[in-house]
Design a protein around this ligand. Structure first.
Ligand SMILES: Cc1ncc(COP(=O)(O)O)c(C=O)c1O
Length: 413
């Protein structure tokens, strides 16, 4: 019996149920992954007990010599991984990393450009319901209605019109390569700073399978738990000239003491990402996404931008008359977990939506390859084109269960 079972049977029971759910469902959520046992071990360690406000060798607490070594190791590794001049590994999560980047560069009320939510941007890129949209004057940009791709000419026109102090590039639901060099050229035309939020594609960038934003952006923010396959956390990279602004924006402006256990887990994540096998993993993520996209299209679904260059696929459900919410719920009933997603120019609310987003990082970690992706595409199409058909659902549930049985979740089994 584990300590947790002895101390708290109620919570322990819920954890067991979650373990079972993770084992028995196919996870196509593009922003999730299964991190390694080594990352889990560091994250679940006694480091959680240590306070360490400040930075290595400049702490407000005693007893920080080992914490200094941990944070220095994480910093060294992440700078090597992304060839960055300066890094900060203290932000607790992606939203905090973005908040710190804004604090470092902006005054309240400043004009900023960010990709709008329905076109693939993240909420913290200016959505009115978040601190970003409340604190700064965001001008949203988006994709071209016909191509589904970022309309760089329109971005440039908007920049010339509004003269933003900062342009934010990066997305949560954009299936194509982002041209960071073009964003830099646009920013330079209006003397704006450029911030890139690479949260989704950080793993691909780490191994060179997506162009890096580091030479072009003044600040790069990222989470560590998506394609990068680390703990649920974040980091910031920047040019040397902005090092002081970033560090003081993270602490003390935005956060108190760092989560030392999370920093240790990030150090492990960066170490694993520096290994040659990480390239093979990211290549498989891309291959799987391409097979998934090709098969979904062959089976008649409409994909935003017509396909994918990265780890995710966005399905426009409008032509089949199904909402994102209904599709998500039907798929969940058979054990396929996805998220509903707004699509560009969506006429439905963000609660209902007209799309779903599917990603391959987690299933690839689990060992799924092209054959399994074809099977999954078939199941997805069958379910969402036969909503509430109990017979088809029962058959799909059996296939999902068979697949999950063949591919254990590495961090749990
Ligand atoms: C592009 C992007 N930035 C930031 C975030 C926020 O990360 P977190 O949920 O860790 O705050 C996300 C999360 O989905 C994201 O996709």
């Amino acid at each position: 019996m584990s300590y947790l079972q002895q101390v708290d049977t109620e919570l322990s029971r819920i954890l067991e149920m979650e373990k079972k759910r993770q084992r028995q469902t196919i996870n196509l959520i593009a922003s999730e992954n299964y991190t390694s046992k080594a990352v889990l071990e560091a994250h679940g360690s006694f480091l959680t007990d240590k306070y360490a406000e400040g930075y290595p060798r400049h702490r407000h607490y005693g007893g920080c010599e080992n914490v200094d070594a941990i944070e220095s190791l994480a910093l060294e590794r992440v700078k090597k991984l992304f060839r960055a001049e300066h890094a900060n590994v203290q932000p607790h999560a992606g939203a905090q990393a973005n908040m710190a980047a804004y604090f470092a560069l902006l005054d309240y009320g400043d004009t900023v450009m960010g990709m709008q939510l329905a076109h693939g941007g993240h909420m913290t890129h200016g959505d009115k319901i978040t601190f970003s949209g409340k604190s700064f004057h965001f001008i949203p940009y988006g994709v071209n209605r016909e191509t589904g791709r970022i309309d760089y000419d329109a971005v440039e026109r908007l920049a010339l019109e509004h003269k933003p102090k900062l342009i934010v590039a990066g997305a949560s639901a954009y299936p194509r390569i982002i041209d960071f060099e073009r964003f830099r050229a646009i920013a330079d035309k209006v003397r704006a700073k450029l911030m890139v939020d690479m949260a989704h594609i950080a793993g691909l960038i780490a191994v060179g399978l997506h162009p890096t934003p580091v030479p072009y952006a003044d600040i790069v923010t990222s989470t560590t738990h998506k394609t990068l396959r680390g703990p649920r956390s974040a980091f910031i990279l920047c040019k040397k000239e902005l090092a002081h602004e970033i560090d003081s924006a993270v602490f003390p402006e935005m956060q108190g003491g760092p989560l030392v256990h999370a920093i240790a887990a990030k150090a492990v994540c960066f170490h694993q990402a520096l290994q040659p096998s990480f390239y093979e993993y990211q290549k498989a993520v891309l291959d799987n996404a391409l097979v998934l996209a090709t098969e979904l299209k062959r089976l008649g679904l409409n994909l935003l931008s017509g396909g994918t260059d990265n780890h995710l696929v966005l399905v426009d459900l409008t032509p089949i008359g199904v909402t994102g919410k209904d599709a998500q719920e039907a798929l969940e009933r058979v054990g396929i977990v996805v998220n509903r997603n707004s699509i560009p120019f969506d006429t439905r609310s963000t609660w209902v939506t007209s799309g779903i987003r599917l990603g391959t990082p987690a299933v690839t970690t689990r060992g799924f390859r092209q054959e399994e992706m074809k099977t999954i595409a078939g199941l997805v199409v069958n379910i969402i084109t036969h909503l509430d058909d109990k017979g088809i659902e029962a058959q799909a549930r059996e296939e999902v269960s068979h697949l999950c049985g063949r591919f254990p979740v590495p961090s749990i089994e």
